[in-house]
Design a protein around this ligand. Structure first.
Ligand code: PMP
Length: 389
């Protein structure tokens, strides 16, 4: 039986091997095979983020918001000053979490579709000193990709720690955690990491761990506190049984499978494939005459595309696209929510998946009364894909 493709910015389509692992009988969390798989997954997470051996990975049962909560709960002390680079919905969530743990937050924001440059961040850092700077690598509400490397460089020069929300970017957009000096790179399982929803993933730099160790105030969250989780992560990596709170056994096993698949492809190849697929989708959308939320292709994400509805077409388009075989997402950024939709294309996504999706969009636009020349989006996307062969 055919089912529509899940082409939203997470959860995504997962590989057969990952789904088969989800269906395996659940093991004990102290079973030696499970311990070995968890230990390997922790090492592999470092490799996927291109982090150093002295960086500390954490894998927690929870969603991406828990990964954000965990980073902030452990690294922010009441009264700390935090600069949030605000590129959309999820940057504001990060600001809320920082305030919840007692930080004084400044936002450096831009209108939807724009991004903040390293130069603008450097200017702000000259005005004020910040303990922490947070960046949303790809803001899922606008499809904007932010210059993590450039901003991290200026933030570290100014003596701030850097937390990067990579939920819609990790294992897809280029990230070299050690080389770029990112203190926390965090994500969730359900996007390019390629595992059903339910895992929060973080890798923390030695400087980040030092800031946590030097805290004077206790961590204000019981579940997120790294004092409880660090010994567990060290035990699994050292192949010793341990327990604080039951891990999501099948999800962790599926994670170990997915990370191996990602590493078998190779990180540079993974980044290049996402660039090619992302460029192909954007070429197809442009050929249809649709605008996009990011104001410049140079800062558009490769993990999702945010086309604007053409005149006379509204959200009912998405129901038609679904009937033609692809599930897409509506807008998310409150001020422009009804003006655009979102196509996710990350993880194990193939060229065929995006061609099928663009075909469904094209046909549905025509059914919505918009004059889209048959095949025009597919031809544009295929021309990009052919360039990558
Ligand atoms: N940050 C970003 C950039 C996201 O895209 C999301 C989820 N779409 C989150 C954080 C929150 O993740 P979750 O929904 O898994 O809690």
């Amino acid at each position: 039986m055919s089912r529509p493709l899940l082409m939203i910015p997470g959860p995504i389509e997962f590989t057969d091997e990952v789904m088969a692992t989800m269906a395996r009988p659940t093991a004990s969390h102290v079973d030696p095979d499970f311990i070995a798989a968890f230990g390997q997954a922790l090492k592999d997470l470092r490799s996927v983020f291109l982090a150093g051996d002295d960086f500390q990975p954490f894998v927690l049962a929870g969603s991406g918001t828990l990964a954000m909560d965990s980073a902030v709960a452990n690294l922010v002390e009441p009264g700390d000053r935090v600069l949030v680079i605000d590129t959309g919905y999820f940057s504001l969530r990060m600001a809320d979490i920082c305030r919840r743990y007692g930080a004084e937050v400044d936002l450096l924001g831009v209108p939807p579709g724009e991004t903040v440059s390293a130069t603008e961040v450097a200017a702000q850092l000259q005005q004020n000193a910040y303990d922490l700077v947070t960046i949303t690598h790809v803001d899922t509400s606008t499809g904007v990709l932010t210059d993590v490397q450039g901003i991290t460089t200026v933030a570290k020069d100014a003596g701030s720690l850097v937390i990067v929300d990579g939920v819609c970017a990790a294992a897809a957009e280029e990230m070299r955690q050690q080389a770029w000096g990112v203190d926390v790179y965090l994500t969730a399982s359900q996007k390019a990491i390629g595992v059903p929803p339910g895992l929060a993933l973080l890798v923390v730099s030695p400087a980040g761990m030092r800031k946590w160790r030097g805290r004077s105030a206790p961590v204000g969250s019981y579940y997120s506190d790294w004092s409880s989780w660090l010994p567990i992560m060290e035990s699994y990596e050292g192949l010793r049984p341990s327990y604080f709170a039951t891990p999501a056994v099948n999800l962790v096993l599926a994670l170990s499978v997915s990370l191996q698949q990602i590493l078998a492809e190779g990180m540079d190849a993974v980044f290049a494939r996402h660039r090619l697929i992302g460029d192909a989708v954007k070429a197809g959308v442009s050929a249809l005459g649709l605008g996009q939320v990011p104001t410049d292709a140079a800062h558009a994400a490769h993990t999702l595309t945010c086309p604007r509805y053409p005149d006379g077409v509204d959200g009912s388009l998405l129901g038609r696209v679904r009937a033609h075989g692809a599930i897409l997402a509506g807008g998310l950024y409150p001020a422009i929510k009804t003006e655009y939709f979102r196509i996710g294309h990350m993880g194990a996504v193939s060229a065929n998946d995006i061609l099928a999706t663009l075909g469904a969009v094209e046909t549905s636009l025509r059914q919505s009364g918009y004059a889209a020349e048959p095949g025009i989006a597919l031809a544009a996307a295929q021309a990009v894909l052919a360039g990558g062969e």
